[in-house]
Design a protein around this ligand. Structure first.
Ligand SMILES: *Cc1c(COP(=O)(O)O)cnc(C)c1O
Length: 386
């Protein structure tokens, strides 16, 4: 290539990007602790470096702790929560399988679409947005459709702030000889997630919600039954990248020697960040982490109700980490959220779908779930609406 070929266009150099100061109190990403950012800024090493392999083993152990599982196949998928959804669905589901997906918000709707695209015949159950998934509807669908391969649902619906009864739905699936596919993106680290107690099969999460890590990884865990289902497939997983039996060659290695081999270049520095975020959770203890989410959330609920706002979701199924707060008359949704961001450097999220313009979603996730952050949000909102 001759170096005297004129460049097609010249580009003036822009300034170094400076990330603005923000308190993230929306639906994700959540606030990230400096130690996690520091861990990510370390020297990049090879994805099969012996030090990396040690770090990955610790990371898997810590994921088993946060998921409360003994599942061997437990590791993060290289990609956002939606890729974890794709991985779970596409490894479990084969074309023409019958799959029930319970919908009670945006993410159940997304799971139904992902499952349809995997070639399944999708049967949906629907619950009103803001309500939990009704296990009776799931049971009725299982009875009406013999031979269902899997039941998919979202444990914590981030679009509405409602928590569903994962144990009950997983049990129903098992009783009808179906797999459960469970979205724990917003629940993991925020409210109790007990994979082995539930008997859940294919489960995925995300790093940028209650685990308080930058986005980009999707922790997942497969029960032995789910692993067997992937081995019993008649058709190969459509996506080579997401075929977990292949990804396992990197994360688990050869069944006998344990030797790890290249599958794809794992996001090394992002994994270092997750390692540190999980270490912080282990250090604090899961029960304390859950209690901290609830305590900070309670401060926001009390303060918002005092200012005349009301909660969409009943207290018994309300997610502490994601509050859906109905706006009283006369509050300009976009203007107030804009000022929160620009003048107070606080991000909260808008309502989705039928709730657009009608409610705010305040996230009380991970590092955000501290009393001082809850109080700062309340002070700022009070200043803007009074
Ligand atoms: C955020 C979220 C997802 C998607 O995660 P991404 O990282 O945005 O792809 C899926 N399910 C639920 C419940 C979520 O809150």
């Amino acid at each position: 290539m001759p170096t005297d070929t004129p460049l097609k266009n010249e580009l003036p150099l822009v300034d170094v990007f400076e990330s603005p100061d923000r308190l993230l109190m929306g639906a994700g990403p959540s606030r990230v602790h400096g130690d996690v950012l520091k861990a990510m800024a370390q020297t990049t090493i090879g994805h099969l470096d012996p030090a990396m392999v040690v770090m990955m083993d610790e990371l898997k152990d810590m994921l088993r702790y946060v998921f409360q599982t003994g599942n061997v196949m437990t590791f993060p998928v290289s990609g956002p929560g939606s890729l974890g959804m794709e991985a779970c669905v596409n490894n479990i589901v084969e074309p023409d399988d019958k799959v029930i997906v319970a919908i009670n918000g945006v993410f159940g709707t997304r799971m139904a679409e992902v499952t349809r695209r995997a070639g399944a015949e999708v049967i949906v159950t629907e619950d009103e947005w803001g309500m939990a998934v009704d296990p009776n509807k799931v049971e009725a669908a299982l009875k009406a459709n013999p031979g269902v391969k899997a039941v998919g649902f979202v444990h914590a619906e981030t679009s509405t702030g409602a928590l569903s009864d994962a144990a009950a739905i997983c049990r129903l699936a098992k009783n009808h000889d179906a797999m459960s596919i469970v979205d724990t993106v917003t629940s993991l680290g925020g409210v109790p997630v007990n994979i082995d107690v539930w008997g859940a099969d294919a489960v995925y999460s995300g790093t940028q919600k209650c685990l308080s890590c930058p986005p980009g990884l999707s922790p997942m865990t497969f029960s032995d039954r789910a692993v067997q289902a992937t081995l019993d497939r008649e058709t190969p997983v459509q996506s080579w990248l997401l075929d977990l039996s292949l990804v396992a060659s990197y994360w688990q290695g050869d069944a006998k020697s344990g030797a790890r081999t290249y599958h794809h270049t794992a996001p090394v520095n992002t994994l270092m960040g997750l390692h540190e975020a999980l270490r912080r959770i282990v250090q604090e203890g899961l029960k304390n982490v859950w209690a901290r989410h609830k305590a900070a959330s309670d401060i926001i609920v009390a303060g918002m109700e005092e200012m005349g706002f009301s909660m969409l979701v009943d207290a018994n199924i309300r997610l502490p980490e994601l509050l859906t707060i109905i706006l009283p008359e006369g509050i300009d949704d976009t203007a107030v959220r804009g000022k929160l961001l620009n003048d107070h450097r606080i991000e909260i999220s808008a309502g989705l779908g039928p709730f657009a313009g009608k409610l705010w979603r305040i996230g009380v996730m991970g590092e955000g779930a501290r009393p001082e952050n809850a109080e700062r949000v309340l002070r700022a909102i009070k200043a803007l609406i009074s």
